[in-house]
Design a protein around this ligand. Structure first.
Ligand SMILES: Cc1cc2nc3c(=O)[nH]c(=O)nc-3n(C[C@H](O)[C@H](O)[C@H](O)COP(=O)(O)OP(=O)(O)OC[C@H]3O[C@@H](n4cnc5c(N)ncnc54)[C@H](O)[C@@H]3O)c2cc1C
Length: 596
């Protein structure tokens, strides 16, 4: 890795230039696992960067577990049945090749994490324990208490440090340097010093997380998951796919918004593991209402089904005072809850609620974007030298995601993409003069003009306006008129975003101003794709098209038009392999009652 200060001439803002063979944008599970694979294969000038401190990425918030058909308790489980469950939950618009890439590898990836020292919860025999998770036929969710993501990222970061992989903290990428055909690097800024940076890279791996936080009730960390990955890729000329599929997790915290102690917890995740460990849902009338919606699978049915059931109970007036329903695991012993759900127990205890004594209030919340960047087999986007993985990529989860499959995707694709990039990359390369002149320079000017700009609107208040808009117009229940109205309002927010009041490049308002651009792209993609999908499938529910339409068993893709807008098209879905088709036809499903 080489770096140099540059101030080309008076008309271009000064920037720091860094040359690397591979630039990995994002240091969560996906980015860290990619870096390890690159290092193992001898690429020694990778640079991993992230918007936060080392080891601090959204992945640390993953709670309940990571899937892989290890068969610790259920030896009849197999990667094919894992793939079949994933396709079923994805309503058969997943890319079967990607599903198989993940599920086939996962037993090995879990054993590897175990070898690298991950702090798995274990059986009496010392094997990684596996728990039930919604809509899965067997116990295949390995876990570290309810802090699985933290344990995973600690393990990966430690491994990457053994390889001495270079890492840069607190750098935000604002643009990829692409001519639409090929990516040559990226531009960003150092969030501590405000310095602009230009990265000249032989390959760029986008592992920048998802876009679930474009909704006002969401489970994401503050200031993350605003769609950076999808927006950067779209701007660079790559295709997006499946953006209409946003998972609303059934159980986010429902709180008294007027209580300052509780308010910051609104929408925060109550892990599915609470239901996996036996938690039951009740409405305000004391009825265990899942008996009406899903008598066989009950609380462990697919996330979209449980989320819509809760939304319906609330809409029909059987919700709690704080607009939720009750989740009750108090029939379990306190020691059991503390052992299996330590962080959840602690969080509620700190707020004065003992989960072993009383129920907690929950309501649906935006959790995960199944869509993202459309990629080929090894994570390649439609732009040469640009790869996308982890929550940034689309294809594995289809119309809905199984809990525990996202962490699986990060390590499985980290390994696959890392190997593919290591084989293909050949040093840093150079940014062609054309790209420098027509992409890098105008963008650096744009960044300079954004800093210290005077204007009418605070970026943070516009973000709130946008998030409210998305919840209202592209939330759990959607229909044409509301989606169209959402697009009109989005235009209005976009217009206001031209007049933002922004501080210098070290200020939070500068970060938020950049975020606004990303959020506008991701939100528009969701609204347009949701309008295009005139059916209900998985997490996408249209009140004006309540049935599934066989003709729409396809993916909706988005490209940039020549004039800069979005162009939508549909792509057919491939067939799964014979062995996975057989597993689908065998019709495995969770026997919920073995939990009772
Ligand atoms: C509360 C919660 C609980 C979850 N629990 C589970 C679970 O139990 N099991 C499961 O499988 N999944 C779970 N998930 C989903 C899972 O955590 C994520 O999908 C997964 O961790 C994503 O990993 P990632 O590496 O793709 O991205 P992230 O971990 O989000 O990392 C993104 C990285 O990109 C960086 N970045 C982003 N934008 C930029 C930019 N513009 N410039 C520079 N850097 C940038 C960030 O700083 C970060 O380093 C959960 C999600 C949430 C919100």
């Amino acid at each position: 890795m080489a770096g140099a200060e540059r101030a080309e001439n008076d008309s271009v803002p000064a920037y720091n230039e860094v040359d690397v063979s591979v630039l990995v944008i994002g240091a969560g599970g996906a980015g860290a696992r990619t870096a390890i694979e690159l290092a193992e294969r001898g690429v020694d000038d990778t640079l991993v960067l992230g918007k936060r401190n080392h080891g601090d990425a959204h992945t640390t918030w993953a709670r309940g577990g990571i899937n892989g058909a290890l068969g610790t308790h259920d030896p009849e489980d197999s990667w094919e049945i894992h793939a079949a469950d994933t396709l079923n939950e994805g309503h058969f618009v997943n890319d079967p090749e990607k599903v198989e890439t993940v599920t086939k590898q996962m037993p090995d990836r879990l054993r590897e994490l175990d070898d690298w020292g991950m702090d798995f919860s274990r059986t009496e025999d010392g094997e990684p324990d596996q728990r039930f998770f919604g809509a899965q036929s067997f116990r295949r969710t390995a876990f570290a208490g309810d802090y699985t993501g933290e344990a995973l990222l600690n393990t990966l970061v430690e491994k990457a440090q053994e390889y001495e992989v270079p890492y840069q903290e607190n750098v935000m990428i604002t643009k990829l340097l692409s001519d639409g055909e090929r990516c040559h690097g990226a531009v960003g800024f150092d969030m501590d010093t405000g310095e602009f940076m230009l990265f000249n890279a032989g390959a760029v791996v986008l592992a920048a997380g998802g876009h679930a936080a474009v909704y006002n009730r969401h489970t994401s960390r503050d200031d993350e998951n605003n769609g950076d990955g999808a927006a950067l890729a779209h701007d660079a000329g790559a295709e997006l796919m499946d953006m209409e599929f946003v998972q609303f997790h059934p159980t986010g915290m429902a709180v008294d918004e007027d209580d300052p102690e509780w308010e910051p917890w609104s929408g925060r995740l109550v892990t599915e593991a609470v239901r996996g460990e036996g938690g039951r849902l009740f409405n305000s009338e004391g009825e265990r209402f899942m008996e009406r919606y899903s008598p066989d699978q009950m609380e462990l049915d697919a996330r979209d089904i449980v989320a819509r059931a809760i939304a319906e109970e609330i809409a029909e007036g059987r919700g709690t005072e704080n607009g939720g329903v009750y989740l009750d695991i108090s029939h379990r012993e306190q020691e059991f809850i503390q052992d299996r759900l330590p962080r959840m127990y602690e969080r509620f205890s700190n707020l004065g609620v003992d989960m072993a004594e009383e129920a907690v209030e929950v309501a649906p919340t935006s959790h995960y974007g199944m869509g993202g960047v459309r990629v080929e087999k090894d994570g390649e986007t439609s732009v040469d030298n640009l790869y996308a993985i982890g929550e940034t990529m689309a294809g594995v989860h289809g119309a809905n995601r199984l809990g525990g499959n996202s962490l699986a995707e990060t390590v499985a694709y980290g390994a696959v993409t890392g190997a593919a990039v290591a084989e293909r990359v050949d040093g840093p390369g150079t940014i062609p003069e054309d790209t420098h002149t027509s992409v890098a320079k105008p963008h650096l000017h744009g960044l300079q003009a954004t800093a210290n700009r005077d204007g009418e609107y605070e970026p943070e208040s516009l973000m709130t306006e946008l998030r409210d808009l998305m919840w209202e117009h592209a939330g759990i229940l959607r229909k044409e008129s509301s989606l169209r109205a959402g697009l009109d309002k989005l235009d209005d927010v976009r217009r206001k975003a031209q007049q933002m009041r922004v501080g210098d490049a070290q200020s939070q308002s500068f970060e938020f101003a950049i975020d606004m651009g990303f959020m506008l792209t991701a939100s528009e993609a969701i609204l347009r794709s949701a309008l295009e999908r005139t059916e209900s499938r998985g997490a996408h529910y249209r009140t004006d098209h309540t049935e599934k339409d066989k003709q729409l068993q396809c993916n909706i893709c988005i490209e940039q038009s020549d004039l800069g807008g979005m162009v939508l098209s549909t792509e057919p879905v491939d067939e799964p392999s014979e062995s996975v088709r057989a597993a689908v036809n065998e019709g495995h499903e969770l026997d919920y009652h073995q939990l009772e």
